[in-house]
Design a protein around this ligand. Structure first.
Ligand code: CP
Length: 359
């Protein structure tokens, strides 16, 4: 049994296989219509979602399985104080696989540590969103024909944008990827992505606040929403919210074959006038998301002999405490505080749940 908490829980070879399966599902859906007959998916969404929850549910239904779950914390016993660990143990009695979204970073990892069925991270706070990344990789492959030798620009909220963190984590493993990180100073990448992913892999990247100046060099532009729900200071959100708006006029500076991504929901980051531009791929991402989630559910429910432990033997328990108030460790009862050495520096330790520095 295997859970998917981060993109790196899959090798690049496995990602290639998932892309092939997703393509086959799109071409021959009838072949897959009963593959998960008799199986149940539980969608445990403690935070709002349109695409991820409904695409997981559509994916399971199109595989012939069925779906149970909830779409807000207030309609679950979390509102009475039930822990994530207990919720995972309980749902394991009802379902064969769990997709979980939670506002606290690391919550799906806690669920995976306590469930007896596979758990898929469907987005944990401002941390990770691996199934959006699989969707994005499938879309890049379909649109560009490759996952290597690309200049990829990420624009907007790179601090709280979990889709950005996960996609960087995935793309850094492919040859010849150059990253252009476009954001206001206040919303730059968290240090664990910059140091432990980009620097660790000797990735080529530049940081800038200039979208228009960056456009001509990009093969992929990944626009993101400024994540209002993550801001402690509403005035700061109001000041930053319209930092980047992609317009028809600005797009004239981009390559003819640059592809435009957005994980959605869009608030004001891309003019609707761009929606019919052949470079706009954000609604293709939505459809691809269903095919990719079908491929992933199928893989996890049919995989045999997977015995890699969830946490490696490099973790240490209860030596340093995580003080990140957005981490699941801040609310979960009697949680073990696990951390491990940062890849970039032997003197830095990071929380295994949220990746923030604990020492
Ligand atoms: N892309 C994405 O995660 O969208 P939802 O928040 O609607 O699931």
């Amino acid at each position: 049994m295997r859970s998917i908490i981060d993109t790196v829980d899959l090798t690049t070879q496995e990602i290639d296989e998932l892309i092939k399966t997703a393509d086959d599902i799109a071409a021959h859906p009838e072949k897959y219509a009963e593959k998960c007959k008799g199986k149940k998916l539980a969608t445990l969404f403690f935070e709002p979602s349109t695409r991820t929850r409904l695409s997981f549910e559509a994916a399971m239904l199109e595989l012939g399985g069925s779906v149970i779950g909830f779409s807000s914390a207030s309609s679950s016993s979390a509102s009475k104080g039930e822990s994530v660990a207990d919720t995972a143990k309980v749902i394991s009695c009802y379902a064969d696989i769990i997709a979980m979204r939670h506002p606290e970073e690391g919550a799906p990892l806690v669920a995976a540590m306590n469930a007896s069925v596979p758990v898929i991270n469907a987005g944990d706070g401002g941390h990770k969103h691996p199934t959006q990344t699989l969707t994005d990789l499938l879309t890049i492959k379909r649109e560009k024909g490759r996952l290597d030798n690309l200049v990829v620009g990420f624009c907007g909220d790179l601090k709280y944008g979990r889709t950005v963190h996960s996609l960087i984590n995935a793309l850094v493993r492919y040859e010849g990827i150059k990253f252009v990180l476009i954001s206001p100073q206040e919303l730059r990448l968290p240090s664990y992505v910059r140091y432990d992913t980009l620097d660790k892999e000797n990735a080529v990247y530049e940081e800038t606040s200039d979208l228009e100046g960056s456009l001509p060099k990009l093969d992929v532009l990944y626009m993101t929403r400024i994540q209002q729900e993550r801001f402690a200071d509403f005035d700061e959100y109001e000041r930053l919210k319209d930092s980047y708006v992609l317009t028809v006029e600005k797009l004239k500076k981009a390559k003819e074959d640059m592809i435009i991504f957005h994980p959605l929901p869009r608030v004001n980051e891309i003019s609707v006038k761009i929606d019919n531009d052949p470079r706009a791929c954000y609604f293709k991402q939505v459809l691809n998301g269903k095919h990719m989630r079908m491929a992933l559910i199928l893989k996890l429910l049919t995989e045999k002999d997977y015995d890699k432990p969830l946490l490696g033997d490099d973790v240490i328990a209860n030596v340093y405490r995580c003080e990140n108030p957005r981490c699941i460790t801040s609310s979960e009862q009697e949680i073990v505080h696990y951390c491990r050495k940062a890849h970039s520096d032997d003197n830095i330790y990071r929380c295994v749940y949220c990746d923030k520095k604990v020492k």
